[in-house]
Design a protein around this ligand. Structure first.
Ligand code: ADP
Length: 446
């Protein structure tokens, strides 16, 4: 086991440094296994004693040499036996089938895995482990190569108690990763039918899970906040109507109007949240019903005509005269185009016109539906984030327009389910174009 001083020499120099040493700090002698070191000391002492005896004439030279050979053999055999499992040479003759299997299993594990002996010396490690901790070497103590105090504590405890240990740590190099380390004590067969206690260390990258968890927490916080705002407005107006404005008919009418808007906003938010979770639930199942995009787009535009009139926007269309079938879910597609065209009418109203174009190459390639407005456009730094849930360029503007911040996220998820994609192009001051790409339906056979 390493001394405190040995470990101290490998401690991280500062916060945020790598969790694993780059090279193991070992002297030539300290890298010798214990048993070999003991054998060397025995041989040294025996040689000295025999030299003295020969010098005083007590023992003939030949007898002294024979005695030295016997002592040497006796001292080296135990080391040779104990070392046979941990040897780095690949001789199948010396290693029992079980040990070779252990090596193969460790080597084939997809996550970094290291097998240690009961002292913490590395017996096997797989390529992923070498990549994670380049200083880990066979026949050397893992404690020299592992820097994180959490890892060292877990390893020390697992060795002392022979019980499994689990710990988490952050690896900062080359990128920040949340890692889980599981140490499992194992009984591993040794040469000549014996067995020994070993420690299997497996490392698991928990970064994706952690990101999902952070997103979930953010989502719940955002959704509660979005619901609480109209709810607070509603209860405020209820209090006013029950109190000071009880007999004020004019105020009552105005407040009821505001309350209706807030209630509609809450209903819309809940509606969007439910649609989003429904689409996410079925994200892995691509729709297989054949639907014609042309009548779906017409239906959406007809439904949004009153909004267009209200915002003084003219909607022009360029749709093919023949059907354009894709594999799709009609209800989801209605929702998708509704969101894109409604956004164009709301945020791009100042441009006075919106163009909806359906384009499909004759032979192959995606079907594309482009919704273009001539409004203020969107600054480039916002473009990559527009499809995030609750992301809005201007929260006040979105709320004033009755937006929930979920529309484009829903669009992205619906397109993902249809194995399509969303393309957003915009030049500030010249409007924005949202293009939905759909793979074409395979022609029906038979
Ligand atoms: P919202 O419910 O707020 O409309 P969306 O997810 O549909 O949410 O849109 C997110 C944000 O993207 C909007 O709040 C708005 O700031 C911006 N946006 C969407 N479409 C346009 C557009 N055509 N022109 C300018 N900005 C847009």
């Amino acid at each position: 086991m390493p001394t405190a001083a040995q470990n101290g020499g490998n401690d991280p120099s500062g916060k945020g440094g790598p969790m694993f040493a780059d090279v193991a700090a070992t002297s030539i002698f300290s890298s010798w296994p214990d048993r070999l070191r003991r054998a060397a000391i025995i041989l040294l002492v025996a040689a000295l004693a025999l030299i003295v005896m020969v010098a005083f004439g007590d023992v003939p030279m030949v007898h002294a040499l024979l005695a030295f050979v016997c002592i040497g053999a006796a001292a080296l055999v135990p080391w040779q036996l104990s070392n046979s499992l941990a040897r780095s040479d690949d001789s199948p003759v010396e290693i029992p089938v079980e040990a070779a299997a252990v090596r193969a299993v460790v080597g084939a594990m997809p996550d970094p895995a290291v097998l240690l002996d009961r002292a913490g010396r590395v017996i096997h490690l797989n390529p992923a482990a070498s990549q994670l901790a380049p200083a880990l070497r066979r026949n050397e103590l893992a404690q020299f190569a592992l820097r994180s105090p959490d890892i060292l504590t877990a390893l020390r405890e697992a060795i002392a108690t022979a019980q499994p240990r689990r710990t988490f740590f952050v690896d900062h190099v080359p990128v920040e990763r949340w890692m889980e380390l599981v140490i499992t004590p194992l009984v591993v067969p040794t040469a000549f039918g014996g067995s020994d206690l070993c420690m299997l260390m497996t490392f698991h990258d928990q970064t994706p899970l952690r990101r999902v968890e952070e997103m979930r927490v953010d989502f719940v916080a955002n959704a509660s906040h979005e619901l609480r705002t109209p709810l607070a407005a509603l209860s405020g107006f209820i209090d006013t109507l029950l109190g000071p404005a009880r007999d004020d008919a004019k105020a009552r009418e105005r407040f009821l109007g505001i309350m209706q808007t807030q209630a509609t906003r809450m209903a819309r938010l809940i509606d969007d949240l439910l649609s989003l979770s429904r689409v996410e639930l079925t994200a892995h199942v691509q729709p297989d019903t054949e639907v014609d995009l042309v009548p779906i787009i017409r239906e959406v535009i007809d439904g949004l005509e009153p909004l267009a009139t209200d915002r003084q926007v003219v909607i022009s269309t360029e749709l093919p005269a023949t059907p354009l079938p894709i594999a799709g879910d009609r209800e989801e597609l209605l929702r998708l185009f509704e969101n894109l065209i409604e956004n164009a009418l709301k945020y791009g109203a100042s441009g006075g016109r919106v163009e909806v174009t359906l384009f499909a190459p004759e032979t192959s390639g995606d079907a594309r539906v482009a919704v273009r407005d001539f409004g203020p456009g969107i600054a480039p730094e916002h473009l990559p984030r527009l499809t995030e849930r609750f992301y809005r360029v201007d929260i006040g503007d979105s709320r004033a327009q009755g937006g929930t911040g979920l529309g484009l996220s829903l669009v992205k998820h619906i397109l993902n389910r249809h194995r399509g994609r969303l393309q957003i192009d915009s030049v500030v001051g010249q409007g924005a174009t949202f293009t939905a790409h759909f793979p074409r339906a395979k022609p029906k056979t038979g």
